[in-house]
Design a protein around this ligand. Sequence first.
Ligand code: FAD
Length: 436
Amino acid sequence: MQTKLKTALVWLKNDLRLTDQQSFDRACRQYDRVVAYYTFEPDDYLETDWGFSKTGKFRTQFILETLHSLKEELSQHRISLIVETQSATDGIPYWINQLQADALFFQKEWTDEEAIRIESVLSQLDKSVAVYSYYDQFLYHPEDLPFPIEEIPQVFTVFRKKCEKLATVRAPTETPKPLGINSLLEEEFSIPELKDLGFEPFEKHPYSAFPFQGGTKNAMDHLNNYFWESQRLSFYKKTRNGLLGTDYSSKFSPWLANGALSARMIYQEVKRYEREIRKNDSTYWLVFELIWRDYFKYISLRHGNQIFKLEGILNKSYNWKTHRKYFNQWIQGQTSEPFVNANMIELEKTGFMSNRGRQNVGSYFAKTMLMDWRMGAAYFEHQLIDYDVHSNWGNWLYVSGVGNDPRDRKFNVWVQAERYDVKGLYQKRWLQKTLF
Ligand code: FAD
């Protein structure tokens, strides 16, 4: 009689990698058979009240590429990948039963929709199923922070300085060893296509700030180029506010957002670069920005649903407007500010916008147009290839005066354009009439 394989199901969300991934690391060490599961949540593809879905075509395409790359890597490790389009609240209990799985592994999430989904899945599982979940999206692990979550400072600089002084970044975990030969499922699962998720196939725009291609291998190829081949990392601080070209900033965000790359993996390479090539302001500054990323995750962990509320984490009320006409003008790049328009057109055509651009169009929307900032955040959520719930809503709170900006700045878009688009080349590129 064949003995039953001890089986674990790994529920993937925004942790789409095999290396430095706690769920895979632990499951592969403890179980004979590990099966990975990813689903495109139907709710993310329904039209919301704002007139668009939560997930748009750029991020969907990027996730599909990521899944293809991950599937190949997983199969070399004899891990099957199931990809579906039904809600995990139905899919996970079904597959736990079907595979007679003994355990479920996943990355912890705490924002409302994700937390409700996790609760619903867990409530349907038999008590005999072991459940393991991990905080795996941070640079500084929550257990290593120098303060409890309830005391996360309201000002970034305080947070950063304490973390830099008192916390250490954990080393990334190795890629798990391949499992036994009979651990792959017999059935092979196909990955949906763009049209299955409601989108027409599209060409990447020739002016895209970067030819983003999903998956850990592509992320590492890009990292190797940015760090080791071109050594652009040495100039990051000087170039990071740029608007044109592939190399002004690291462009790591889409891979970080869906977890094909972890912040710890980048950190480890920065440290190696500092030892082997050079250590300077720029190498420091990339880590500085990764700490910003952590900060917004901790802000949402501390403040929960308040980050999605109009009054934000400061409980401040303003007289916000919600005119659909002005919203559409902003989205379509038809405001009276050419610099805002150029950035919004770039976002519409490519799914990406520089940090400088995001700060300007966000500040303009909330502080000049006085529009309900959540509408802007919702459009970014739909459109961005690198959408990350914490970074997006946290930054929107920040630029809208209801978050963590102690100075509550309003950008002078005109001055910003003169400073960062000195010759107007960026605006010329995106405002030309012949763009497709
Ligand atoms: P780099 O300058 O090379 O920075 C390296 C990494 O540090 C980034 O990949 C990112 O992970 C992190 N980082 C840098 N700046 C920030 C920041 N201000 N906040 C948080 N993390 C940061 N970033 C997202 O990843 N997803 C979002 O949904 C998102 N929405 C934003 C919305 C607004 C209104 C604003 C002002 C910023 C938003 N950002 C978001 C932050 C930032 O604009 C992008 O991370 C950055 O432009 C991505 O390009 P890069 O990888 O080349 O960044």
